[in-house]
Design a protein around this ligand. Structure first.
Ligand SMILES: [Zn+2]
Length: 377
């Protein structure tokens, strides 16, 4: 989570499952062969623990971290990273242990609320002082070839210090590392909510951030964080106020369940449900206002427009489109279930009346049972 002032860079990140080694042109055994045989585990760690200054060695370090994760395991890598921080990063082993406990708590509160949608994975965590944290952020932005919105130029070393007043933490999805600020003043609960936010980014569906843009991405991430914290009676650190407001308005239109499905399982259900309620092409319009035009007011005007009087009919039509596709896939079924889940009881009764007679169109009896359940038959 970054308290960003002007940071509006477009999310062009590749899917989270794409490994940095693949991105760097080093894949699997090749990446390992590039250096593994020459090093003992101790030497390996030494290679990782250096803080290389130039991009080539930085890329090599990323490949090493990944190969270490594959060959020696996550636990080994974590231990090495902890040792490096304790030795040179200015943070103590105590701070790291504390962060590790907060990380476990964050994972637990997320699993309690979203575990049935997605098994929340924890990933590695690094605790860094302000300068080191911003330096890692620069590394990530340079690697992704992002543009600095302030200068309009390719991101350069040192830019994070100019863009952020405060950088509390961020998630590097390619390296699969959560970075958090070594903030001695931050309260326990604020830290847990910060880590939960970053952990959610790491567990989001590949392509969600790129498809919806940074405002909806951050707003959804923080909305999910707030919900999990509330369930665990933890006070979340306030963040992304206007984005949370935006996403809550979107949630009122498409339903909370749709947002959660889109976040964890893929963004298409969000745009299709939004269009079903608001009209064809409306999600694309909202997206354009938010990204290309950076105009929050225009975006909100799309959300304030009255709900179409025919919106239940539109939902019924959307369900019929899925049912009439030549092959009803699991994805079709998931979308139908989500549409039903967003309806009020009165609306569901209307949907049921229209769709229940069509259940027999499904040749798979498992799918027929799923559809009946979704309709409340
Ligand atoms: Zn975030």
């Amino acid at each position: 989570m970054a308290k960003e002032t002007a940071q509006q860079t477009k999310s062009t990140q590749p899917p989270a499952h794409q490994s940095p080694a693949v991105e760097n042109g080093l894949a699997g055994p090749e990446a390992a062969a590039a250096w593994t045989p020459a090093f003992s585990p101790g030497e390996l760690a030494a290679g990782v623990c250096q803080l290389p200054a130039n991009p080539t060695t930085q890329r090599l370090r990323q490949a090493r971290v990944l190969t270490m994760q594959h060959t020696l395991g996550n636990h080994f890598v974590q231990r090495q990273l902890v040792q490096r921080q304790a030795a040179g990063g200015g943070t103590t082993a105590e701070a790291v242990n504390k962060a590790r406990a907060q990380q476990a708590r964050a994972q637990k509160i997320l699993l309690a609320v979203y575990g049935n949608i997605r098994p929340i994975v924890s990933y590695n965590i690094e605790v860094l002082d302000d300068a080191a944290l911003k330096s890692r952020y620069d590394d990530m932005k340079i690697r992704k070839q992002h543009t600095n919105p302030r200068t309009g130029q390719p991101w350069q070393r040192g830019d994070a210090a100019g863009v952020f007043q405060t950088l509390d933490g961020f998630a590097d999805q390619e390296l699969q590392i959560i970075y958090v600020l070594n903030d001695k003043d931050a309260g326990e609960e604020a830290r847990v909510s910060l880590i939960a936010h970053e952990m959610l980014h790491m567990n989001a569906a590949p392509g969600f951030a790129a498809a919806v843009g940074p405002d909806i991405d951050e707003g959804t991430t923080e909305t999910l964080t707030i919900k999990a914290c509330k369930a665990a009676k933890i006070t979340a650190q306030p963040a992304y106020g206007s984005q949370v407001d935006l996403v809550q308005r979107i949630g009122a239109i498409v339903g909370e369940g749709t947002l959660e499905q889109a976040y964890f399982n893929g963004p298409s259900i969000l745009s299709s449900t939004f269009d079903a309620v608001r009209g064809e092409g409306m999600f694309a319009r909202l997206h354009k206002y938010l990204t290309e035009q950076s105009d929050m007011e225009k975006a909100l005007s799309v959300l304030r427009a009255p709900r179409s009087p025919d919106w239940v009919k539109e939902k019924i039509k959307l369900i019929e489109d899925h049912l009439n596709s030549w092959w009803v896939s699991d994805d079709d079924m998931a979308q139908i279930k989500t549409i039903c889940a967003t309806a009020t009881p009165e609306e569901l009764a209307e949907i049921r009346a229209a769709i229940a007679p069509q259940v027999t169109k499904l040749s798979d009896h498992g799918q027929r049972a799923e559809l009946r359940l979704a309709l409340g038959v």
